[in-house]
Design a protein around this ligand. Structure first.
Ligand code: ATP
Length: 288
């Protein structure tokens, strides 16, 4: 079975509260985009349970640390699957440490594929319960589309937003930013240095279908990520100079997206990024 595992961007990212147990509460509009990894999953009979994983990216582990592997191991254990060899071929197109959720998306698609291939018929809610133990964003990717994430990211509400016609450019500077490190830096930044929460305002404006709603978006993790990766600022400026309505970092970075109304301007921005040595990844895509 061949599957596409789509990336996500966070159109807004507010952190309204840090809980006493240290967990960060989130209020964020998650959106899947057409950039995707490719997975091929096959099942064969065996005298024991086995997982075989190959991946074309040298910076992604091919063993039990990989989220596809974790998904397969958790799924077979939970549903008492016996004597199956699960072979997974993973082609990475989504850069890691980018805030694009590539690992979590691969994980969610592996769970969904095994559910079909092994004819378990588990509900999405059951798959989300397995997924949330593997990665905070996995429940989002079980659903996909546009979702408002609240709580610690586990409370999802599907949104149907009347997006105007847009093209998206995603660019990534070299740094891979581990999410935990960014949250630690965030905790020590003075709260007055953070951007204001924007989810509520954005949702009110986009409900009218106005492209200018994207000018309101903010990501509260941006100042923390910029301390480790100042190039984020430069990439945002490049996108705005090339005509983006808005540009912002996704998740905990380091990838940045630009929203364009004109596909030719988006293509020009991507071309300009190719000549910037600090940008190691670039693509044009759309909301999906
Ligand atoms: P997030 O936004 O969910 O924090 P990210 O988009 O920044 O994640 P990922 O692509 O999910 O980054 O990769 C984060 C780390 O997870 C990588 O450093 C990698 O070692 C590990 N990893 C495990 N499984 C995978 C996978 N299938 N694809 C990519 N990375 C994986």
């Amino acid at each position: 079975m061949k599957i596409k595992a789509y990336a996500k961007i966070n159109i807004t990212l507010d952190i309204p509260k840090i809980r006493e147990d240290g967990y960060h509460e989130l209020c964020s509009v998650f959106q899947t985009v057409s950039l995707h990894d490719e997975l091929e999953i096959q099942i064969s009979e065996s005298d024991k349970n086995e997982i075989e994983l190959t991946c074309d990216a040298s910076n992604v582990p091919c063993d039990e640390r990989n989220l596809c592997w974790k998904a397969a191991a958790s799924f077979t254990e939970k549903y008492g699957i016996k004597n199956k060899k699960i072979s997974i071929e993973l082609k990475k197109n989504i850069p890691s440490g980018a805030g694009l959720g590539g690992g979590s998306s691969d994980c969610a698609e592996t769970l969904k594929a095994l559910n079909k291939l092994l004819e378990v018929n588990a509900s999405n809610e059951e798959l989300e319960k397995i997924g949330v133990k593997l990665g905070a964003d996995v429940p989002f990717f079980i659903k996909g589309g546009t979702q408002l994430a609240e709580g610690i990211g586990e409370k999802l509400t599907e949104l149907k937003l009347p997006y105007p016609e847009t093209s998206l450019v995603i660019l990534k500077p070299e740094a891979e930013l581990p999410t935990v490190n960014i949250y630690k830096i965030f905790d020590n930044l003075p709260k007055e240095s953070l951007p204001e929460a924007s989810t509520e305002k954005f949702l009110a404006e986009i409900s009218k279908g106005d492209i200018n709603s994207f000018k309101l978006i903010t990501n509260m993790l941006e100042p923390a990520a910029k301390t480790l990766c100042p190039e984020i600022e430069e990439v945002e400026k490049l996108l705005l100079e090339k005509g983006a309505v808005s540009s912002m970092m996704t998740g905990s970075g380091s990838a940045v997206f630009g929203i364009f109304t004109n596909v030719n301007k988006a293509a020009e921005a991507l071309e300009a990024a190719k000549h910037n040595k600090k940008i190691i990844f670039g693509t044009m895509c759309r909301f999906i």
